[in-house]
Structures are given as structure tokens and as C-alpha cells.
Design a protein around this ligand. Structure first.
Ligand code: ZN
Length: 254
């Protein structure tokens, strides 16, 4: 139903273009910078029609103004961050459905990394654009929201089908893998994934997208109920939220 083209930009950001050939629409998921998004459009021969913004951080909106000037594209972003997103002309909030050619994206608010952060989920294609909320083997840093906000946001992702393909804003997987091995060293699936991640990064290949069910088996932030992790943290009796908050605290100091 659509083609997805991912490319690297800035130091560790991903740019993503989503193209619907039938309706000749192309959306950029965020716009980390003008030149790289423009080069990707040129390479594919696509005309930009939409920008779907996940949050207001500079490395996600730096290309908005120049792309809007060049293409006159529709700039969509979270209602709660509309004053911080350049050239925005359509706002979205939790539960909105955003029509895009043959499909629709469901908008979910996921506060934590920023207070107004949104993610875009397309059930027809089984793909999620998670911005800086969930990363392979990790989750977003808490710049504005609390750990509890982030935990509740991640529950929305956990409710999606296991085979959901997840794109995100950065290549952080190698350092996330190092941390995951400290928290969950007995996990055989994680050990194997750790080796894969290192091999991919050594070959300069991206580790994104990921698949939700793979995260459920290996991402410590989603495995707070795991006995071995709880035992390792000395938190066998704690609530899931408490374990999550502790793992986030440990990662911040890793
Ligand atoms: Zn960010």
C-alpha cells in the first residue's frame, strides 16, 4: 500500500519517507534537516506532500521551514506542541485518524520524551513511527515528562500486534544493547541479538526498523515483569512501574 524509505542524517538521526504510489503522496516522518530529506526525495523521484511531526526537538523539525517553502507540503504535528513546531498547519491529538491516500494513521499521544510527543500507527500496513518514544532495546530519554508518563505511553505500544514494524528517530541500538546486557545478562535471546546488533553496526548497517515481538523478548524497558531482571535489581516485590522507573534511572547513569 505504500513504500517506506529510511536513510540516516545528522549524526545519528533517521529520516523516513512514506510514499503512496496510487495517490502520489509522500510524507516525511519528521524532517531532521532539509538537505538530506531533499536528497532522498530526489533519489526516489518523489514530491513531498506531508510532514508528520512526532515532537518539537530541533533534530526532528530542522527541515520543516525549507521543505514547506519548496513543496508547500502539509505540516502535521501534535496539538500540544503546535507553538514549537515550525510552519505547522494541521494539529493532531490522541485517537485522531489521519487519512493518507489508501490508508489512515492512528495518532497516539506518548508523553515522556517531550510532553506533547505523538506516534503514528498504520494498522493496515502494521507499521508504527515511534519518534523518540521507543528504540530498539531502549526507550526515549525523559526531557519533559516523568518516568511514569513514559511507562504509560509504552503501554499503548505494547497493546499493538506483535508483528508491528517499528521505525524510530535515532540509531542508538549499540549502546542500548550494552546496557540491556547489564540488566538482563541471562537472556539467551538478548545475547544473540547483542551479537547481531554489533555485527550490523560494525558493517554500518541500520538496526531500525525493529519488530515489537523482538522488543518484548529483549528490551529491558518492556520486560519489567521478568523474574531474572527483578532479581538482579533486588525488586522482586515491586510494581511494574517501579521497576521501569529504576531501569530508566540506571540507564540515565550508564
Ligand atoms: Zn527528541
Amino acid at each position: 500500500m505504500f513504500e517506506i524509505y529510511q536513510f540516516t542524517c545528522r549524526s545519528d538521526n533517521f529520516g523516513v519517507l512514506v510514499h503512496d504510489p496510487k495517490y502520489n503522496l509522500t510524507a516525511s516522518i519528521d524532517a531532521p534537516d532539509f538537505e538530506t530529506v531533499e536528497a532522498a526525495l530526489h533519489e526516489k523521484g518523489w514530491q513531498l506532500t506531508h510532514i508528520f511531526t512526532t515532537h518539537h526537538h530541533f533534530d526532528h523539525v530542522a527541515g520543516h521551514k525549507a521543505l514547506k517553502e519548496k513543496y508547500g507540503c502539509l505540516v502535521i504535528g501534535p496539538e500540544k506542541e503546535k507553538d514549537k513546531i515550525p510552519c505547522i498547519n494541521q494539529t493532531v491529538q490522541d485517537g485522531d485518524h489521519l487519512s493518507f491516500g489508501s490508508v489512515a494513521f492512528k495518532v497516539m499521544e506518548t508523553p515522556g520524551h517531550t510532553l506533547g510527543h505523538v506516534i503514528y500507527y498504520c494498522p493496515e500496513v502494521g507499521v508504527l513511527f515511534a519518534g523518540d518514544t521507543l528504540f530498539p532495546l531502549g526507550c526515549g530519554r525523559l526531557f519533559e515528562g516523568s518516568a511514569l508518563d513514559m511507562w504509560q505511553s509504552l503501554q499503548k505500544i505494547l497493546a499493538l500486534p506483535g508483528d508491528t514494524k517499528i521505525y524510530c528517530g535515532h540509531e542508538y541500538t549499540s549502546s542500548n544493547a550494552d546496557f540491556a546486557m547489564v540488566i538482563d545478562p541471562e537472556n539467551e535471546v538478548l545475547k544473540k541479538r547483542f551479537e547481531e546488533v554489533k555485527a550490523f553496526r560494525d558493517a554500518d548497517k541500520p538496526t531500525v526498523p525493529t519488530i515489537l515481538k523482538q522488543e518484548l523478548l529483549t528490551n529491558p524497558f518492556l520486560r519489567v515483569g521478568d523474574y531474572n531482571i527483578r532479581q538482579k535489581l533486588g525488586m522482586l516485590e515491586a510494581s511494574d512501574e517501579e521497576v521501569f522507573i529504576e531501569i530508566r534511572r540506571l540507564k540515565d547513569n550508564f
